[in-house]
Design a protein around this ligand. Structure first.
Ligand code: ACO
Length: 403
């Protein structure tokens, strides 16, 4: 009998790092996080400054091309994005094949992957022009794709994009307009939407971005890679946490029930965690959560629901958790998802749309990371190693001899 484990001695050394907690798979110049300080920067610009002074399309340009655009570059970029907001008319039939109660993430994942079947002039990844047009197409069409998933789920007709509107207003209108009544976009809501997009735009090598890179490392086409990212983002430990966080806040319901819930979250046997709390990299307050908290207050004030019970529960839960030794010792702070759900709910989105909106926002980050990887002269197909701990070599037994 040969112990297969001994073979590792002959195949050289490798690190064993489940969850990649201390292994870098690439070098990147797009996003920087200092988890201990709670800092996040896109191309060197602090997220707080971008949230305050910039807007999503400008941030998209920054992430894709590395520098803030001048006025001409920004106009040209907006023009290119705006001219690609429509999806192929035949894509509408894809939607009709789904059940009406399908989760929007299932639909978005399928439709994004299917784009490779429609845009044949942007799937040759060896051609820089094709990579560029694929990037613009993805950023331009993802709001249309996500809005259509929403419209389909509520049984309303699809709304075509309107190119005189800015990126977030156009998305809101495609979601909430109906033939009988045009949705008038409130600038405060449009700004809140734009902020949500900006704050989620990139976050270095998280699970979905790493998935996009791994898929792309085999030279798969960009639409297939982004569909892989959407699939990964769907999980409740990742992008699905915003939906889970709002559901949790609603389940708690009232401030007096918080201690009981916190006790459950601390009990490892309960299977309960504080959703929207904790982060693999941030061991301090997630800087995006701070911006989200402020925006949540603004949006709720606009809606005339400052005393919204969900926001009250969220704020009190945060206060109690941040003074509890369990959360202090483990450096568990609210993450971006803790407050984003409250804003999206106030805007009128059902919880099932939250992760799809996250996917919309993150598309530019996935694309920027994918482009960076393709252009890297050191690019190799991703192929993690494993530590085999299964059976040692044994001989096949005919069925009749098995007990
Ligand atoms: N509630 C209660 N306890 C928690 C939580 C939480 N939300 N998060 C972590 N812990 C505890 C763990 O039980 C563990 O305790 P132990 O040391 O006594 O065993 C310790 O904190 C470390 O947790 P890990 O799971 O090892 O941390 P990891 O870095 O692997 O996980 C994660 C990070 C997945 C985000 C985790 O904190 C979590 O599940 N949070 C809730 C889900 C969530 O909000 N996800 C969104 C992430 S942000 C994003 O994707 C945009």
């Amino acid at each position: 009998v040969i112990d297969i484990r001994s073979l590792y001695a002959k195949t050289g050394m490798f690190t064993y790092d489940p969850g990649f907690t201390s292994t870098a798979a690439c070098d990147s110049s797009i996003t920087y996080i200092d988890g201990d300080k709670g800092e996040l920067m896109y191309r060197g610009y602090p997220i707080e400054q971008l949230a305050d002074k910039s807007n999503y399309l400008e941030v998209c340009y920054l992430l894709l091309y590395g520098e803030l655009p001048n006025a001409w570059q920004l106009n040209d970029f907006k023009d290119r994005v705006t001219r690609h907001t429509m999806v192929h008319e035949q894509i509408h039939y894809f939607y009709r094949g789904f059940r009406r109660d399908a989760h929007p993430m299932a639909i978005v994942c399928g439709v994004v992957g299917a784009m490779a079947a429609f845009y044949h002039d942007s799937i040759d990844i060896s051609d820089a022009d094709q990579r560029e047009i694929a990037s613009i197409r993805m950023i331009a069409k993802i709001p249309t794709i996500v809005a259509m998933a929403y419209k389909y789920s509520v049984g309303q007709p699809f709304v075509y994009p309107r190119n005189d509107l800015d990126y977030s207003s156009n998305f809101l209108r495609m979601c909430f307009s109906v033939p009988a009544e045009e949705y008038v976009v409130n600038p405060v809501i449009a700004r809140a939407m734009d902020l949500i997009f900006t704050l989620h735009a990139d976050h270095e090598q998280n699970a979905s971005t790493s998935t996009v890179r791994l898929a792309g490392s085999s030279d798969a086409n960009p639409f297939a890679c982004i569909a892989a990212g959407v699939a990964c983002l769907w999980g409740p430990a990742h992008g699905g946490a915003n939906e889970a966080a709002l559901n949790m806040l609603r389940e708690i319901g009232t401030v007096d029930r918080i201690p009981e819930f916190i006790a459950k979250a601390k009990d490892k046997n309960s299977g309960v965690r504080l959703m929207g709390f904790g982060h693999r990299v941030y061991k301090n307050y997630d800087p995006r959560a701070k911006v989200m908290q402020e925006t949540a207050k603004e949006v709720l004030a606009l809606m005339g629901v400052e005393n919204n019970p969900t926001l009250q529960v969220a704020q009190e839960l945060e206060k109690i958790a941040l003074s509890d030794p369990y959360f202090i010792e483990r450096k568990l702070y609210p993450n971006v998802d803790f407050y984003s759900g409250i804003i999206l709910d106030a805007i009128g989105f059902p919880t099932s749309m939250f992760t799809a909106i996250f996917a919309l926002s993150r598309t530019v980050g996935w694309i920027a990371q994918w482009k960076e990887m393709i252009a890297d002269p050191q690019k190799k197909i991703g192929r993690p190693r494993q530590l085999y701990d299964g059976a040692v070599t044994r001989d096949y037994e005919p069925l009749i001899e098995r007990e």
